[in-house]
Design a protein around this ligand. Structure first.
Ligand code: HEC
Ligand code: HEC
Ligand code: HEC
Ligand code: HEC
Ligand code: HEC
Ligand code: HEC
Ligand code: HEC
Length: 403
């Protein structure tokens, strides 16, 4: 019976969505096929994985969200390695990273059987090499990417990353001149950057090599969609309700919790990775630092803490959704400024000086881009730090700007 209903479902899906949808999601869906490979372990804390249907299924009815969502950073924040997903160059003039250690360099190769990183150590003729294959790509590449490799069913970080402004660089936090292939990838990293991995510790970096789902998908925020889909497909059942989570209907706290799951820093995990379901309280799942007005908060990954420090947030019902629609890429600062003007009058401090021009960009003055200290690339002894938009909305005068 089960098999038959699954086949029926697949048939409905195949006829429902057009070729465009299929080709667009193939790279995301094909190796993963959440319908075909149900999770082996099921327990009360993680919703059974065979109730997840994958983005293509949602796209057959929600075309608008589907098309624009797949252009966002969320959707490509982890991918399988291929020519398009790896942004670093493999051409012979650009595939090497020299280090400050004359006896160590790295080489990146594209071969028929995959993409590889090699550490080349020593001086001729006494050269030793270590080669590992790119297994996963982490990061949309808006700023940069880090790569992971499999050793059996263990996941590790590769020593060379890609920084969009510089090309190949030492991975963040790695010392220049040393080849380190021993950094394990803990579940929390994948929880923020992917939809699902089956974590099977010990050791903590052991994962199921099949059935994982890369990218942040619809169901990461909306919960498992099988029942919703079945109800919408066969309305005869007379079931009431849509059987899918809509964060618009969450309380303010739970809306913030959804984003805080990944945008409030690392925290301390209190429950099994990947077992949190949007709409539930986050504090049983993740221990985040108590708000401390004197603590330094880094701009990277801490949008929630910073926003919560803002008078705007404290004196209104603002949430992340006041400004962000996560189904579409948003980078137009004048459109963001309109959100400010839904609460503020344009006649603020700078209006006398700038006139109506002030309304085109409130952002760069009140939410400036700042260096992060959490992601630091060491490249030939030079430190590079990416900039991230600060979510502490306030007036940044010369004296307060450093914070
Ligand atoms: C067969 C068509 C169909 C499929 C497939 C489908 N939906 Fe829907 N969905 C609908 C319709 C129709 C509505 C509006 C009616 C309703 O609210 O029940 C809806 C409503 C929603 C809502 C708003 C619900 C609410 O209570 O406000 C969300 C969120 C949603 N869908 C997400 C998804 C996601 C995520 C997927 C993929 C897992 C998906 N849908 C798959 C047809 C579909
Ligand atoms: C990062 C979290 C996140 C992801 C990923 C996500 N959504 Fe949503 N979705 C939300 C939030 C938050 C809302 C409620 C506020 C809003 O409408 O923007 C929402 C609302 C919706 C609604 C209801 C819209 C309405 O007008 O009531 C639909 C339908 C929907 N999402 C479909 C999708 C589909 C389809 C995908 C995948 C292609 C997707 N979502 C991916 C967070 C997400
Ligand atoms: C499962 C983890 C996760 C959740 C939940 C999540 N995000 Fe994200 N978000 C990320 C990651 C990871 C990135 C970085 C993507 C990249 O560039 O690789 C990101 C990036 C973004 C960006 C930048 C997009 C761009 O194009 O540069 C925005 C805006 C954003 N998130 C808003 C939100 C909001 C609002 C919510 C809550 C509705 C939310 N996110 C929920 C993990 C998450
Ligand atoms: C608590 C959630 C969280 C964890 C854990 C986390 N990240 Fe991120 N990461 C983010 C968010 C959010 C962003 C983007 C927004 C920002 O910089 O604040 C991001 C950005 C990135 C980027 C830059 C993407 C781009 O192009 O803009 C890379 C690369 C990255 N993370 C790699 C990793 C790796 C590798 C790990 C684990 C070893 C990791 N992250 C752990 C949430 C997380
Ligand atoms: C949901 C409504 C809302 C939105 C949207 C909003 N604000 Fe505010 N903002 C407020 C409120 C309320 C205050 C507090 C006013 C008071 O206490 O007198 C405030 C205060 C401020 C302050 C003074 C901060 C301080 O520390 O004294 C600045 C600057 C500011 N907002 C700028 C902005 C900018 C720029 C944007 C858009 C990026 C924005 N606001 C979006 C509601 C909002
Ligand atoms: C008052 C409006 C506003 C609110 C509220 C807001 N953001 Fe943003 N956010 C912005 C603007 C403006 C940008 C800059 C977009 C750009 O430069 O492309 C941004 C950018 C981001 C980025 C990308 C940062 C980077 O530099 O890579 C992330 C991630 C993000 N927001 C997450 C969140 C989260 C999570 C929340 C809730 C805690 C939130 N935002 C609330 C206005 C807002
Ligand atoms: C050129 C930089 C700049 C731009 C653009 C700008 N501001 Fe400001 N804003 C400031 C500075 C500086 C102050 C603090 C002035 C002071 O303390 O005397 C300030 C103060 C404020 C305040 C608090 C005091 C007040 O006068 O109400 C709010 C609210 C505010 N700005 C909102 C906005 C909004 C909304 C926009 C976009 C329409 C905007 N600002 C555009 C620099 C700017």
């Amino acid at each position: 019976m089960r098999v038959i209903s699954t086949i029926g479902l697949i048939l409905v899906l195949l006829t429902a969505f057009n070729i465009f949808a299929q080709s667009k999601t193939r790279s995301l869906q094909e190796p993963l096929s959440p319908v075909a490979s149900p999770s082996r372990t099921r327990d009360k804390t993680s919703p059974a994985r065979d109730n997840y249907v994958g983005d293509a299924a949602c796209g057959s009815c929600h075309r608008e969200q589907f098309d624009t969502f797949h252009q966002t950073a969320h959707s490509v924040t982890s991918r399988l390695p291929d020519k398009n997903s790896i942004l670093g160059k493999f051409s012979p003039d650009a595939n090497a990273l020299k280090t400050s250690n004359p006896e160590l360099s790295f080489r990146m190769d594209q071969r028929e059987d995959g993409f590889f990183q090699t550490a080349v150590q020593g001086t001729a003729p006494y050269i030793t090499e270590r080669t590992e294959r790119f297994g996963l790509v982490i990061g949309s590449g808006g700023k940069g990417q880090t790569y992971l490799f499999w050793k059996g069913d263990l996941l590790f970080q590769l020593p060379v990353s890609y920084w969009t402004e510089l090309g190949w660089v030492n991975s963040p936090g790695y010392r220049d001149g040393i080849a380190d292939f021993d950094r394990p990838i803990v579940p929390r990293c994948l929880e923020c950057h992917a939809t699902y991995f089956e974590s099977t510790p010990p050791p903590p970096n052991r994962y199921g090599k099949a059935g994982f789902v890369v990218g942040i998908t619809c169901e990461k925020c909306h919960g498992p969609g099988r029942e919703h889909m079945q109800r919408e497909n066969s309305r005869v059942l007379g079931a009431s309700g849509s059987a899918i989570l809509n964060p618009a209907q969450f309380s303010r706290d739970r809306q913030m919790a959804l984003c805080a799951w990944c945008h409030a820093g690392q925290g301390v995990s209190l429950a099994r990775a990947f077992s949190y379901l949007p709409g539930e309280p986050l504090d049983k799942y993740l221990e985040l630092p108590q708000p401390d007005p004197n603590a330094m908060v880094d701009v990277h990954g801490s949008q929630v803490e910073l926003l919560e420090r803002s008078r705007c947030f404290q004196s209104s019902a603002m949430t992340c959704l006041t400004c962000h629609d996560v189904h579409t890429a948003q980078h137009d600062l004048s459109l963001f400024s309109r959100r400010c003007l839904s609460c503020h009058k344009p006649e603020t401090a700078m209006f006398p000086k700038l006139g109506h021009q002030v309304t085109s960009n409130c952002i760069d003055c009140h939410m400036p881009r700042q260096d992060t200290n959490l992601i630091v690339f060491d490249r030939n002894g030079k430190k590079a730090r990416p900039q991230v938009r600060s979510h502490w909305i306030k007036s940044y005068t010369a004296s307060t700007r450093s914070n």
